[in-house]
Design a protein around this ligand. Sequence first.
Ligand code: SF4
Length: 309
Amino acid sequence: MLRVVLAQPRGFCAGVERAIEIVERALKKYGPPIYVRHEIVHNRHVVEDLRTRGAVFVDELDEIPPGAITVFSAHGVAKRVEEAAAERGLPVIDATCPLVAKVHNEGRRYAGQEREIVLVGHAGHAEVEGTIGQVPAKVHLVQTVEDVARLQVTDPEKLAYITQTTLSVDDTKGIIAALTQRFPSIVGPNVRDICYATQNRQQAVRDLAGQVDVILVVGSRNSSNSNRLREIGQELGRPSYLIDDADALQPEWFDGARTVGLTAGASAPETLVQGVLNGLRRFGEIEITTQDGVAEDVRFRFPAQLTDA
Ligand code: SF4
């Protein structure tokens, strides 16, 4: 018999729930099609489900017809995207997670102090592109401690850092330590930018790693926080696999394993976790327990246009 320990917490965070519900409420209030710039959250199943209900996902605003309702994804957008939408008169509903918007505000505050900004994040990630485009200052992107050593800044006395919300707490700790060592005057936010959901899911995986032989993370390849969960499991010496759904399960992963830890990234729905449990049952009997963990009760407000939907 395989013992399965479910991580607590796992799966949807408040920012993802809000973003999905924004598209659902917009579909209900205005009817399809609703245009969404970028994947609303980084999960293939969520995007496909909303697509079948009338959401149209586009990469750029010029793919959206004049006057069509336009939703910005949870990851946020650059100022130029907001301006382009306003110029075209697109009615916009902003699903940017309030915790991402908070990082934008921090960046703008530091820019107002005439500081250059160091953004700790992953190149090419939608959130990072949005944040760089929201801060009216020179922004240096660093991804590793080595990047810190290579940084060329105008004035080391006029620097601030901010971070992507979904990085590994440990990785950012090392990079921030390298930044403060090289630039002792650098300032950063009092409370870390890594969001509560990322921290809680990472801590749950750390705890799981002490109890299980193999770790499964339900999430899509392009989901930053899901990738970090898999990396943490792997770094702690447990073979760890990122899977979109039960179809990706490979029986050989469980050879010799007695206990499996199961978690899900912040953009992965619980139905997929339940599907993975069913998939594991195909290999034999399982016994399920749930980890003790943090109970989350964070909720964010909806944009004014949708409070009545
Ligand atoms: Fe917001 Fe954190 Fe969820 Fe990202 S992972 S949407 S920052 S709550």
